[in-house]
Design a binder for this molecule. Structure first.
Ligand code: WTA
Length: 727
């Protein structure tokens, strides 16, 4: 059925030896082992025949140019967009080497453009005004809507006019706390249109996390909705915003405008608490504004958005992306990695609260004039067949999701998939964590009927767009490998001393030179930007990920090497589906937090262990906490917390729950620890540093791999912890 496998025609050596041992102190997701590396899955001749990049040779030719002549390569692409004024002589300038001074990345500086104009007006003007821009699918099957590019432009203009009217100007921040309604991309685009900087906060973050972000970026306005229904549960978002605004007011940050969309499918306005003067119903004001709005032309290097993400210390980092380079990069990566055609219908299951929703729900696809699905609900509600129901309903051709969803649907059973046609599907995509080969194969064989290539895209909030990704028609894939670098990306695997490794190797994944979509700074903290990303391995951008490269040059991501946990889960599976997945009741209780069905969280969460630790120690009965990531069957990584209680406080189930509640309250439900392990003491070096390496081994029950514990201040702590493992 279209798939052909044979020994690689490109002179690749098939690897059979086991991967060299990884020097990285990380939780490596099991399966991607030696035998897998030899498995090559070729795109069908039909697929390659129509693909934009149809062979490895073609890719290599383009890649070579992108590295040898980045300025020429990227300006040719950039010229396809509308620029009011062209960029200056220097297409880009960069310094990624801390030894040579401040880190600086600039692309297309001096070029004057607007990303909203390029997403909407440009498509309308080139005759695509009547093309569907967004199909919206609500939480309940049967609730839906759509907007053409012309209609979307009008809606964006109305909101942009309103925002201008209430005093939002170029360079002002706007915090957006919205679920996956059409109003979320509308808001992002409206901000971009007037040069305001949007900061979308995932509408699953707690009021405290929201307040923290508001206090950091001091927005001119906050945009939210009254409530959202996720699965069967109504979440009262406006209440969360009210608490956050009260909190930030205490620190002197008062917000004058809280524009609130009335989401009638979840809650009527009469039930919503209101602060006259500050709160305004979207529906009462926005539709009154003109449907055209002049564009605020901005420099390519003017900020486009801020997105907070977790780092290895407690405070979230405001990742700042600018306009021109991000525009060119997201559009180009989208086009090539999905082999985009104008007739495609594209669905990315991520929430716009995460980078995937920024780059690959809103900007990348719309810059290409694509038809995008915005899905409000949870992929397993009302049952685990919902995704394929949506695929058939809209004839989705490109489907982009996360391994966690693949794994959980896989466990729910093939019958939920095979009862739908899925004939429209062309390319599948994966992001968020390494996709384990068995999930890859299920995705490929069952969902894609062995017909659709899988683009396993490795990238980060910081990178703006795909960095290592298959081009689906160009080369054979290896299940579990993100394959090769995108145009312009020069990955470098380095050892712990920062020495670049060649050929087959394992180490820390870095990038050698800038690419247009790179983030430019951490908002208000350029020093932290340099320290976190550029100081660990001078001369390189350090991703925080471990990686190996096999003999054929394929890249295999192995997970974070810093104290960041990638908890990737969506949910809303009813308990019946969970029992099928053979998860324990323990998992069920922790994942659901005891709701009768499981809550959803979009598809990706990056959580800093320090954030969870600081939430735990804020509990009056907790004296110390250490959090590590452990392999988790569905979520990729689970959150495992070692907790030392204050003197004399006894362990109890109640206390365990109250610790979990504290984390939920402070960060959000998705950060709740999966396991709390009572710790009379923590393994520390004599200088007081917690040895997480040992904790990771205890958490994953690899007790024979504890390594040397003699340098601990008190080695007996380890035995005590092991003794309490199952308490
Ligand atoms: C992980 C999400 C392996 C990685 C776009 C990275 C992946 C972190 C992949 C960024 C992949 C993302 N294979 N690992 N295809 N994609 N990751 O900022 O650890 O939420 O550093 O961005 O996710 O997470 P973030």
């Amino acid at each position: 059925n279209g798939i052909w496998r044979h020994p690689c025609p490109m002179n690749m050596n098939v690897v059979t030896s086991s991967r060299s041992s990884c020097p990285i102190n990380a939780v490596v997701l099991g399966e991607a082992l030696a035998s897998e590396e030899s498995e090559l899955v070729f795109p069908s001749k039909d697929f390659s025949g129509q693909a934009m990049v149809a062979s490895l040779e073609k890719y290599l030719e383009m890649y070579k140019r992108s590295i040898e002549d980045p300025a020429g390569f990227w300006s040719d692409i950039a010229s396809q967009f509308y620029w009011k004024e062209k960029w200056g002589k220097q297409v880009y300038s960069e310094n990624l080497d801390v030894r040579k001074g401040d880190i600086k990345i600039e692309w297309f500086k001096g070029g004057i453009t607007n990303i909203c104009y390029n997403c909407l007006d440009r498509n309308v003007e080139t005759g695509n005004g009547d093309k569907i821009a967004i199909y919206w699918e609500g939480n309940e099957p049967g609730s839906d809507g759509s907007l053409t590019y012309s209609q979307l432009l009008q809606k964006v203009c109305q909101l942009a006019n309103y925002l201008k009217d209430v005093g939002v100007k170029k360079g002002d921040a706007v915090v957006v706390y919205l679920p996956m309604l059409m109003e979320l991309p509308i808001t992002m685009l409206a901000c971009a249109r007037i040069g305001a900087i949007h900061s979308v906060v995932f509408a699953g973050f707690s009021s405290e996390s929201l307040a923290q972000r508001i206090m950091d970026c001091k927005p001119k306005a906050v945009i939210t909705c009254n409530a959202v229904k996720r699965g069967p549960k109504v979440i009262y978002l406006k209440g969360i915003v009210d608490t956050a605004l009260a909190e930030s007011a205490k620190s002197g940050i008062s917000i004058d405008v809280c524009l609130t969309y009335e989401n009638q499918s979840a809650m009527m306005r009469g039930e919503t608490k209101w602060q006259e003067g500050r709160d305004i119903w979207w529906q009462d004001v926005v539709p009154k504004y003109p449907t055209t709005c002049e564009v605020e032309w901005v420099d390519a290097e003017d900020p486009l958005f801020l997105l907070y993400t977790s780092g290895s210390t407690g405070k979230p980092k405001g990742v700042l992306h600018t306009t021109g380079g991000y525009m060119v990069y997201t559009a180009t990566t989208f086009k090539y990695a999905f082999d985009y055609k104008p007739s495609d219908v594209y669905w990315c299951t991520a929430d716009c609260g995460w980078i995937t929703g920024h780059s690959y729900v809103t900007y990348g696809p719309m810059l290409n004039g694509a038809t995008v699905i915005v899905f409000e609900g949870a992929p397993s509600y009302p049952d685990p067949g919902r995704c394929w129901d949506i695929v058939d309903k809209y004839k989705v051709t490109l489907f982009y999701t996360a391994p966690t969803l693949v794994r959980s649907l896989m466990r729910a059973g093939d019958e939920y998939v095979t009862r739908y046609s899925r004939k429209s599907l062309r390319v599948l995509g994966s992001v968020g964590e390494p996709i384990n080969p068995s999930a890859w194969r299920w995705f490929f064989n069952v969902v894609g009927d062995s017909r659709c290539p899988i683009s396993d895209t490795w990238w980060q909030t910081e990178t703006g767009g795909f960095m290592i990704t298959p081009l689906p028609g160009a080369w054979p894939q290896k299940p579990g490998s993100a394959t090769f670098p995108f145009f312009g990306v020069q990955p470098a695997i380095v050892d712990e001393k920062g020495l670049k490794l060649e050929g087959e190797c394992s180490g820390y994944l870095c990038v050698k030179s800038s690419w247009p979509g790179a983030f430019r700074t951490l908002y208000g903290d350029h020093e932290r930007y340099e320290t976190t990303y550029f100081k660990p391995f001078p001369g390189y951008y350090f991703s925080g990920d471990g990686c190996s490269r096999d003999k054929d040059g394929y890249y295999w991501l192995t997970g974070r090497v810093d104290d960041v946990i990638n908890v990737r889960y969506h949910s809303y599976l009813p308990w019946a589906a969970y029992s099928k997945m053979k998860l324990s009741i323990w998992d069920f209780v922790f994942i659901t937090n005891k709701f009768p069905v499981i809550r959803t969280c979009g598809s990706g969460h990056r959580i800093g262990t320090a954030e969870v630790e600081s939430a735990l120690v804020s509990h009056p009965q907790c004296s110390e906490a250490a959090v590590v990531g452990v392999e988790h069957e569905v979520k990729g990584q689970g959150i495992y917390a070692f907790v030392t209680l204050a003197d004399g406080v006894p362990y109890s189930e109640e206390l365990r729950k109250s610790l979990v509640v504290t984390v939920r309250k402070q960060i959000g439900a998705f950060a709740a620890p999966d396991k709390i392990h009572w710790a009379p003491g923590l393994p520390k070096t004599r200088s007081g540093k917690i040895m997480r390496r040992i904790l990771r081994k205890i958490a994953s029950r690899q007790l024979d791999e504890l390594g040397d514990t003699s340098t601990l201040a008190d080695p007996s702590v380890v035995d005590q912890l092991i003794a309490l493992s199952d308490s």
